[in-house]
Design a protein around this ligand. Structure first.
Ligand SMILES: [Zn+2]
Length: 81
């Protein structure tokens, strides 16, 4: 199972639950997908993920921090992530 997040792209807005803060029926934007590969007994799945404006802001800050920081030690060490 993997989660792929996109921020700042073309945003599809709607009403629904936020997957990060678990708030209920609020204004949200599409921010990525949750995917699971197929295998014995289950089919591959891909579902869209939605976040509220506050959580989108948190993700944007995370991204800004990551871009500003030097390469993280575990990445530089070549460990799998
Ligand atoms: Zn939220």
């Amino acid at each position: 199972m993997s989660v792929r997040l996109r921020i700042g792209g073309p945003l599809i807005a709607g009403m629904g639950p936020c997957f990060m803060c678990q708030r209920g029926y609020i204004q949200v934007v599409a921010c990525g997908e949750l995917t699971r590969n197929g295998g014995p007994g289950h089919e591959a799945t891909e579902i869209p993920l939605y976040v509220c404006g506050a959580c989108e802001g948190k993700l944007t800050l995370l991204l800004a921090d990551a871009l500003r920081s030097p390469v993280r030690p575990y990445v530089a060490a070549g460990l799998p992530h």
